[in-house]
Design a protein around this ligand. Structure first.
Ligand code: AMP
Ligand code: ZN
Length: 127
């Protein structure tokens, strides 16, 4: 399969791996939005969150909890933003979680605020 993250995991493409276990590899994003921007990537290829089994998803969360204090201590970040794109807006179609360290007054705008509909109209569709 022509997947850049599978190639990184197989060692065909270089990357800066900061953590690894049997299930995931964590490496630095090549185009970081903040210092330490990292990606938690399952070693097995899953396209998106719907495709990924619950055990792996839960392991990803465990790795978040393992790494956050380390990032706080070593990078001096004051927070951690987690982002996970699916399908639309997903550049690499291999499930991954973004870890974006947040620093005091970083003023990082991760999303453009979209024009929104009436909240009641949306709630009626979702409740
Ligand atoms: P997404 O839009 O959620 O699929 O994000 C994909 C992320 O992968 C982007 O932040 C890219 O900068 C990052 N990326 C793409 N190619 C590489 C690579 N070879 N090594 C590390 N990160 C990459
Ligand atoms: Zn892949």
């Amino acid at each position: 399969m022509d997947c850049i993250f599978c190639k990184i995991i197989n060692g065909e493409i270089p990357s800066n791996i900061v953590y690894e276990d049997d299930v995931v590899s964590v490496f630095l994003d090549v185009n970081p939005q903040a210092d330490g921007h990292s990606l938690i990537v399952p070693k097995k290829h899953y396209n998106n969150v719907l495709d990924c089994d619950d055990q792996t998803l839960s392991h990803v969360q465990e790795v978040v909890k393992k790494l956050y204090p380390i990032y706080r201590d070593r990078l001096g970040c004051e927070g951690l933003t987690l982002i996970q794109n699916n399908d639309y807006g997903q550049e690499v179609k291999h499930y991954h979680m973004h870890l974006i360290p947040r620093y005091a007054d970083d003023d990082l705008h991760l999303e453009t605020k979209l024009q929104t509909k009436n909240i009641q109209e949306i709630f009626d569709k979702l409740k």
